[in-house]
Design a protein around this ligand. Sequence first.
Ligand code: V47
Length: 394
Amino acid sequence: MTSFSNVAEKARAGERLSFDEGVSLFNYPNLPALGALANDVRERLHGDLAFFNVNMHLNATNVCEASCMFCAFARQEEGNPGAYTMSLADAIGRVEASKDKALTEVHVVNGLHPGLPFDYYEELLRGIKRVRPDLHIKGFTAVEIEYFAQKFGMSREEVLSRLVDCGLGSLPGGGAEIFAPSVRQKICADKVDADGWIEIHQIAHRMGLKSNCTMLYGHVESIEERVDHLCRLREAQDQTGGFQCFVPLAFHPANTSMQRLPPPTGCEDLRVYAVSRLMLDNIPHLKAYWSMVGQKTAQVALWFGADDIDGTVEEERIYHMAGARTPQALTRAELVHIVRKAGRTPVERDTLYRVVRVEAEGDVSREAAADHAGPTRRATHLPKLRVVTTEQPT
Ligand code: V47
């Protein structure tokens, strides 16, 4: 019999939790107690630090051959209402237009466009590096990598190494959804399967790239299927160790084929963060993506296991086309404010979690001057973190 106090004892001792214990945590009614346990683990790993970055998103096309039931962003064909594909000049120009902003990352994710040559993606990466050699490019989900491999007759390794040669720096975590085959078959039948998604990340890890991982929750999946998903990520991480961050993604139903479903509640979001922190004992960071769960839930999540709130984002499209009511971007000062008001110490990181800048107590920068947050506790274990500026041009 799995009691909460037994599971709590194991978690506090740093012991690995089993599948059954993960299920029992999802069913445990006392959310504050669950959150406090996850917070113990979070503070053991990161003290009171909370990470964010200064980034932009680039979605060069939303034309997509796949027909995922949860997606409001994709358009099946060029010419359909709302479909768009940026010219290379336009896409690269958007990054160039950010020249005066202190960004460290561009997050590039696209639809599976049937008509674009591989060259388009290579030129896109080269062009971004030409205009902003200092930016880290986190780009292309495992689903896109698999699509390129199939469509252009290359191995997964070859696709990745050609993109790395053009400037790709790491992989985002998208496309994992829920690994259970029966759910995948229902909601995203055209996508690479779980084994393929995991293998692509593991190939990337063996090539020396870092990546993130995600789980889309709050649609048709069961609790057991969530826990199975977390256990599979944990097992993959035991083997290759390249996942830096886990990002739970709360389903936004508006404008999708599952719009009759209610969105996950705030309590459900917090429960997913807490259980994920407790189950994923080998993935260092847990992100509460503010753009998706909202600034308020992201703040509370910093006490329920999460240590990261993502970045300034600039032009989020995937969730906003699915009804997200959050702003499309936040300024750096706003992120600092949110974190401080949550009672954590804000740390600007780069994509690889190297510290760009710690907003320590009493720190007054030009941007932070706009922030009227009061004093906060000092970062507790800064010596562990290496301070860098931004990535050097390759
Ligand atoms: O794979 C699509 C999800 C993902 C909806 O790696 C939806 O740091 C909710 O992966 N409701 C793409 N979710 C975004 C993504 C991501 C975002 C932020 C940071 C990182 C990272 C990765 O978005 C998709 C899918 O799982 N998604 N539509 C929707 N209606």
